[in-house]
Design a protein around this ligand. Sequence first.
Ligand SMILES: [Zn+2]
Length: 246
Amino acid sequence: MRTPAPAQLLQVWERGSGPSAAACGLLLLGSSCDEHSGETLAALPLGRRDALLLQLRARLFGAEIGTVASCPQCAATVEATFRCDDLLLTSPGTDAAVFEHVSPTHGVHVRFRLPDSNDLLAVEQCGDVDEARQLLLERCVLATSDAAAGRDARGLAVSLQGEIAQAMAQADPQADLQLAFRCPDCGHDWQPQFDIARFLWQELHAWALRMLRDVDMLARAYHWSEDEILALSPRRRQAYLELCAP
Ligand SMILES: [Zn+2]
């Protein structure tokens, strides 16, 4: 992994203007993981993708992450700080490509693979959550011993579908990160999900707007090109900004 230069990061931001968090995640990894092709990155299980995105986040914006949430009980604002390392699981699961779930209640064997970015991109087209869950199962279930359902995951009992979804989450815990919040006002505990792809993209968006504003200011003051301004070290850019600030 390498740290993309400011000019390249701006290009990534420019290309990812759509609403797809999965596509944004791939753009971010594509800019920094030269050792993998785009196809390989898209086929990484989401836990492995997220581990790479956490490493990239530490490179781009530092290891410390500060978040603000609203307490679901009393609406108080709760701030939390944690480190990228805290979110990187030490045993992020196996490298196995195929997993098996044996349902004790249904007596059925199901073979499945872990969801990847290609699956997320497909699922993002779905109209609602149920349809998305169905499509994900259809794509990731490889075989079942349920003769009635055959290979079609849609034919499986709803409770069995739930078991498979749970087995998938257990097989790829890095993809299913939950934070632990406690409200200082009312003591309520809750565990919101943390989506590093979405979070990092929002940070990149804010960074890009700041950077463009800085470029605008320096270009007006010194008549340098965008390339020249982006090539300045952050420290030198900051020093010039202070010099030309009104
Ligand atoms: Zn509260």
